[in-house]
Design a protein around this ligand. Structure first.
Ligand code: ZN
Length: 424
């Protein structure tokens, strides 16, 4: 195969091109063009053609004061996050197939779903992931006026210990960051895609719920939209510099885990978790709805596609027209709930569990509730090593509707904000 990254990008964009227009960026009545970010998780197993497992598009996330306490709304609709959530749904449907009539990508043995040998996992993103990986690139391309208008709002909002807000503090490379909003938008506590991809390099893409899956790690990341600065000495070697930035942001920041520092051994990730270092590729292929030159706005809609399902169009983290209300304890109606929401993903997981043959007592090497729980415990421990222990509640200045806490400690991604008590 001559150029595998190019084949992966082409397969992802062709799948997107075949999806209906609804939910894709458009030209508004006043002639202004909408744009968005595209991400896709693609599986390859040579010599078969690539499988486009999931697609996400979007640049929006819910502001901190609009976070619903129930797991029925998708809080973060950035492309990479929707692609990852869609991939979890894809894994669940492939797992059901593996139990029934067989799957080309997953096998089930000894109580565990495992990727078949030779299957490689790719993440293609049409632009540099927000946060740490794109900080240098954004700084090199930003005009002076935009830079100073961002500075005002960010200085007004205090950062949580360890985390930088949005685009503040360019010089602070390596910092975990909340998602940048427009300067007039309310603060978000969703962490940047750079930070989330870094977590996936330590914990896998499958998340904590899929405890009966061997961790599924990224083997390759392909990134588009890298442009050299117009002038200055930086032009030379720019692509290599940016590729290095992506490597540093998505796994380089976790390199110290499990190594000795000043004679002290930091805790290593518990097996089966281990730091994986995906190969980073850059592509010149353009996504049709990249940010254009001239007047443009970001699209309000996000798109979620999972292989084997109809695509979903999301607004404010719900399907299509917003059924979003102020945070409450009543669930959204079924039809407004996205299949990639936490609740729907859990439902699909429980449906899969029901398909798994129950062991007769005394069987060796079969899955049990206790072994799943132990596995979940190791996942939680690995997460604590990467993000730190739960620390203080987040301050009132964030205007949050319920309790959130920031993680603390020596962990590489300390300062992460998590729900104080997760309901779902
Ligand atoms: Zn992002």
């Amino acid at each position: 195969m001559a150029d595998q990254p190019a084949d992966v990008v082409a397969a992802a964009l062709e799948t997107y091109a075949r999806l209906p227009k609804h939910g894709k960026p458009a030209v508004r009545d006043n002639g202004v063009r909408e744009w968005t970010v595209f991400a896709s998780i693609v599986l390859t197993r040579l010599p078969s053609p690539p499988i486009v497992a999931s697609i996400g598009t979007g640049v929006k996330c819910l502001p901190a004061n609009r976070l619903p306490p129930l797991g029925d709304t998708v809080r973060d609709s950035h492309a990479e996050v929707l692609a990852r959530r869609g991939f979890v749904r894809y894994l669940l449907s492939e797992a059901a197939a593996a139990l029934e009539d067989g799957s080309d990508v997953l096998s089930y043995s000894e109580g565990q779903f495992v990727l078949r040998g030779g299957v490689q996992v790719w993440l293609y993103i049409s632009a540099l992931p927000c946060g740490d990986a794109s900080t240098l690139h954004t700084a090199a391309h930003q005009d002076v006026a935009t830079a100073s208008s961002f500075r005002g709002i960010e200085e007004a909002l205090s950062a949580v210990e360890g985390a930088a807000r949005g685009r503040s503090g360019y010089a602070n490379l390596g910092a975990i960051r909340t998602k940048p909003g427009r300067k007039d938008a309310l603060a978000s506590i969703s962490f940047s895609c750079s930070d989330k991809i870094a977590l996936w390099c330590g914990l896998g893409l499958q998340g904590g719920l899929l405890a009966n899956f061997a961790p599924v790690y990224l083997d390759h990341v392909v990134v588009g939209g890298v442009v050299a600065p117009k002038e200055g000495e930086r032009r030379e070697g720019w692509r290599e510099t940016i590729r290095g930035e992506v490597e540093r942001a998505v796994y380089g920041r976790l390199e110290g885990v499990g190594e000795s520092s000043w004679g002290m051994l930091t805790p290593a990730l518990p097996s089966p978790y281990a730091l994986h270092r995906p190969q980073i590729h850059l592509t010149d292929v353009a996504f049709p709805f990249d940010k254009p030159q001239g007047d443009s706005v970001t699209a309000n809609t996000s798109l979620s596609f999972v292989a084997g399902y109809k695509p979903e169009v999301l607004v404010n983290g719900c399907v299509q027209t917003s059924g979003w209300r102020a945070p409450g304890h009543a669930l959204l109606k079924d039809k407004l709930r996205s299949r990639v929401s936490r609740i729907e993903t859990m439902r699909a997981f429980l449906a899969l569990e029901a398909l798994i043959p129950q062991p007769s007592s005394g069987d060796e090497g079969v899955v049990t509730y206790a072994s799943l729980k132990a596995r979940n415990g190791r996942y939680a421990a690995a997460k604590r090593i990467l993000r730190g222990e739960l620390g203080k509640p987040v301050g009132a200045e964030w205007n949050l509707p319920h309790e959130f806490r920031a993680t603390a400690g020596d962990a590489p991604l300390a300062g992460w904000i998590v729900a104080g008590e997760r309901i779902v």
